[in-house]
Design a protein around this ligand. Structure first.
Ligand SMILES: [Zn+2]
Ligand SMILES: [Zn+2]
Length: 348
């Protein structure tokens, strides 16, 4: 089959790749239709690594996908050939302490699509996944929208860890795809006061359409003055979705005593600094978010019931043969891009 592989830093080529095959009774052979380009894919594309996870070339990234079922193993009951599905990219063992504690997302033997050292990604024509990772979608749901369930699931999980609810005052720092998904998911939970900090004007405009009450450019405006003009006691909740040191500093400044700082962005650097004095005096809580836990079905429900405007997320789409252009566009923040989708299969 054909795959679009990372072959060197900032290089993607369509090459021949071994065909996947069903090996376990619960396996499902899928034809990939639509793949979203994620910020983490871009880290592997540009830097060749995220922290300790380093790419060995050639390698396939891609983990936000929707697909058509081609063939199923003998034990599969959840889907059948021809079904259209959203794909959960994480395969957990079901057996370790984390899985048994209801934390499959931090499974000791987790294998995640397009995560170096684990399994290949889905920027290819076909993959095999266990049936537990296949979520059937309705006929009215496009493959693009179904593929967006994966980033939305992270927003839902972040909103849950942030205990998003009506009456809170929140900020979102960084209105990229994950920031926007966190905003959409928190709004679905009833939270309706969002200050959004984002340097790119097109992204601020999208955040406003998604329901931001106020937006600002963190490099051109005084965020503390902007927030305290409206909310002098400062914020209950901040979602960090940019991974930038400046945003971590902003978040600490914008929280009221007892506030909750939810950390979702992936920093390029290995270390981020906090003022321990600030954290301690105002007794702030830091909450890390590791992808998502059991939020794929809730994400698809929000999308399929039109309870979030997921269409705001997708700004671009590219045929499979132009995947590299999509990656360059996202890497360079060109054309006001939010989410670029790659149409791999014939039905996307
Ligand atoms: Zn992603
Ligand atoms: Zn496990």
């Amino acid at each position: 089959m054909k795959a679009c592989a990372l072959t060197a830093p900032r290089r993607l080529d369509i090459i021949d790749w071994p065909d996947p095959a069903i090996r376990e009774p619960q396996d499902v052979l899928l034809r990939i239709e639509s793949v979203g380009v994620c910020g983490s894919d871009i880290h592997y594309y540009v830097e060749g690594r995220i922290g300790s996870q380093v790419v060995e070339y050639p390698y396939l990234v891609g983990h936000e996908s929707a697909a058509t079922v081609i063939e199923t193993g003998p034990a599969v009951t959840r889907v059948k050939p021809g079904d259209r599905v959203a794909v959960e990219p994480a395969i957990h063992c079901g057996d370790c302490d984390q899985c048994r504690a209801g934390r499959p997302h931090t499974c000791r033997r987790l294998r995640f699509l397009g995560c170096p050292g684990q399994i290949d990604g889905c920027l290819c024509e076909r993959i095999v996944m266990p049936e537990a990772c296949c979520y059937p979608i309705g006929p009215a749901t496009t493959f693009d929208r179904a593929a967006l369930a994966e980033p939305l699931s992270i927003g839902i999980y972040a909103a849950r860890l942030g205990q998003a609810r009506p009456g809170l005052r929140a900020a979102i720092l960084g209105a990229g795809p994950i920031g926007l998904c966190t905003l959409l998911a928190s709004r679905a939970e009833g939270l309706d006061s969002f200050f959004v900090s984002e340097p790119i004007p097109e992204r601020r405009a999208l955040a406003e359409r998604a329901g931001a009450s106020c937006t600002a450019d963190p490099y051109g405006e005084d965020l503390l003055a902007a927030v305290s003009a409206d909310t002098p006691e400062l914020l209950d909740l901040v979602f960090e979705c940019s991974g930038k040191q400046e945003a971590f500093d902003d978040g600490v400044r914008l929280l009221k005593p007892g506030g909750l700082f939810v950390l979702i962005g992936i920093p390029t650097e290995d270390r981020i600094h906090f003022s321990m004095d600030e954290l301690r005096r105002r007794e702030l809580t830091l909450q890390n978010v590791r992808r998502q836990n059991a939020c794929m079905r809730p994400a698809l429900d929000l999308i399929e019931q039109d309870r979030v405007d997921i269409g705001l997320l997708q700004t671009h789409s590219f045929p499979f043969g132009r995947t590299r252009e999509a990656f360059d566009l996202v890497a360079d923040y060109g054309e006001g891009v939010m989410k670029a989708m790659i149409h791999v299969g014939p039905d996307a």
